[in-house]
Write a protein that binds this ligand. Structure first.
Ligand SMILES: Cc1cc2nc3c(=O)[nH]c(=O)nc-3n(C[C@H](O)[C@H](O)[C@H](O)COP(=O)(O)OP(=O)(O)OC[C@H]3O[C@@H](n4cnc5c(N)ncnc54)[C@H](O)[C@@H]3O)c2cc1C
Length: 493
């Protein structure tokens, strides 16, 4: 762990808050340009990949690792897991590597963020994150049958699902898995620069709030129960979709009526902080595991590496715009008996172009209090998200009912034909974004360079910036955004 107090710089050119997917990438961009950076992270820093200090669950890529290092966010119905550790959610996520469609970025209509602008950054990110496609011979027994069933019901087979110009199709997943290791953004972006004296990584730091002054930034933190301050010329907030708006609101940057109720002095009235929260709503379609499949799974588990997720389909619903895919279908099958879904298989169905919007509000100025998070899944007025998911459920049942699968699966566990199935069972794809969205209007939270509108020295660099979520799992997009914001910042002055 990087706990050496001699390395803890009290003042640096940049303070980066949050060593997650985007935070590690923006830090590397600034360090490579010759600046001093102090990176503060609430969770532990386990050091470089070859330190041997990383807990097994965080590097084992077979299944998501949400039982440790979690912030504990909750809504009225769902838990909203977020990792509290260096690498952020890239240290515990599902390792699906996706970039969405080129038009996702064009549709933002922001200078510097078109599909053509982000494509070369994605080329670098794919290399650094060691993205690869699972090979046919790595596919476990269930996923091999999923490929056969999808082809059997008419899906187009594709060999690269991580392509800005790719559209619908079914294939083996592209993943940031190196051997059997979840290759997180700390390995990709911090390991090459950890030795440099211009970088200080301070872990176990909870950032409370900041104050902008004429000459810099003061950051109030608590570390091992002690309150301290750090300072820098410029502050980068990479604390993620929930952490970044929380820090802004605790710093008096938010809706003045809300902040006054909590006794927080106003630094900048910015009512949109915490709004525009959205994610890909998701629903599962399940079947029991049959005895033959169970025997194969037991055998395959003993013989090697068998991830829960290995295949993915992208489909175009009748509501899709421009005939570009708006659904993800990804089969999940557990071989490990400790898995949440042991004994059943799922095809998870996600609406990739959600219209529903929610919000995040802090409930107290105490950084240890839980925020009020309202995702409002399926809450869009015209019912778009529900209608897209309903079409996806039909597609998932078609695949599961194909003989390649039906002969090794049992009956459904959940009744997908019930009228209330979608509203009763809707879940999420773990991709919340948008709470500090970029835009070109004065009342937007951030401008097109990620700078908080109305402040001079504070920039956001994480998925909170997204005005609209891309048709992608959001880890690679977060990393891309960290790099892009760093580049735009360096190009400013
Ligand atoms: C269970 C799960 C599975 C997922 N699966 C996939 C997948 O398969 N593929 C994919 O592409 N995406 C996946 N995602 C989504 C993806 O990982 C995230 O969208 C992405 O990592 C977000 O990056 P970020 O940099 O915005 O935030 P994060 O990676 O969350 O980083 C934020 C960092 O800031 C720190 N922080 C927050 N508040 C404070 C504070 N007050 N003080 C100090 N530090 C703070 C946090 O500890 C964290 O390290 C998954 C997410 C989850 C939770």
């Amino acid at each position: 762990m990087n706990n050496n107090p001699n390395r803890k710089a009290k003042h640096s050119d940049f303070l980066v808050v949050g060593g997650g997917s985007a935070g590690c990438a923006v830090t590397a961009t600034l360090i490579q340009a010759g600046y001093t950076v102090t990176l503060v992270e609430a969770g532990p820093d386990y050091g470089a990949f070859d330190s041997g200090q990383w807990p097994t669950d965080l590097i084992d890529a077979r299944m998501i690792a949400i039982n440790s290092h979690d912030w504990g966010y909750k809504g009225s119905r769902w838990e909203f897991h977020r990792a509290q550790v260096i690498g952020g959610c890239s240290s515990h996520n599902g390792c699906i590597a996706a970039v969405g469609h080129r038009k996702d970025y064009d549709s933002w209509q922001l200078p510097g963020w078109s599909g053509n602008d982000v494509a070369p950054i994605y080329d670098q990110v794919v290399k650094a994150m060691r993205v690869r496609t699972y090979r046919d011979d790595e596919a476990g027994p269930f996923h091999a049958r999923c490929l056969e069933a999808a082809q059997g019901v008419g899906w187009r087979m594709v060999s690269d699902l991580c392509d800005l110009d790719g559209n619908d199709g079914f294939g083996l997943e592209t993943v940031n898995v190196y051997g059997s290791t979840r290759w997180n953004s700390a390995f990709a972006y911090l390991d090459p620069i950890r030795h440099l004296p211009s970088l200080s990584i301070v872990d176990h730091v909870i950032v409370n709030h900041f104050q902008e002054h004429e000459n810099g930034i003061t950051l109030s933190i608590s570390r091992h129960g002690q309150n301290e301050t750090l300072s820098a010329d410029h502050l980068i907030l990479s604390a993620g979709v929930y952490g970044t708006p929380e820090i802004l609101q605790r710093s008096g940057v938010g809706d003045p009526d809300h902040l006054k109720q909590l006794g927080i002095p106003i630094q900048l009235a910015q009512p949109k902080v915490g709004l525009n929260l959205h994610d890909h709503p998701m629903i599962h379609v399940d079947r029991k595991v049959g005895p033959e499949l169970q025997a194969w799974l037991d055998e395959a588990t003993v013989s090697g590496f068998l991830p829960e997720e290995q295949t993915l389909g992208k489909a175009i619903s009748s509501l899709a715009e421009d005939n570009i895919f708006d659904l993800h279908l990804f089969p999940v099958c557990a071989s490990d008996q400790t898995s949440m879904i042991h004994g059943r298989v799922h095809i998870e169905v996600a609406c990739m172009t959600p219209k529903s919007r929610g919000s995040l509000r802090i409930t107290s100025k105490d950084p240890n209090s839980l925020s009020q998070i309202e995702h409002n899944y399926l809450g869009d007025e015209d019912g778009h998200d529900t209608a897209v998911l309903a079409e996806g459920v039909v597609l998932a049942n078609e695949i599961l009912d194909h003989p390649a699968l039906s002969e090794i699966l049992g009956e459904p566990i959940t009744d997908t034909t019930s009228d209330t199935y979608l509203s009763d069972h809707v879940a999420h794809y773990y991709h919340p974004v948008g709470t500090c969205a970029m835009g070109l209007n004065n009342d937007d939270v951030c401008d097109e360079k990620g700078r908080v509108c109305g402040l001079k020295r504070v920039t956001v660099a994480d998925v909170s910036l997204m005005p609209q979520i891309p048709r992608a799992n959001t880890n690679l997009p977060a990393v891309m955004m960290g790099i892009r914001v760093g580049e735009l910042l360096l190009a400013t002055d």
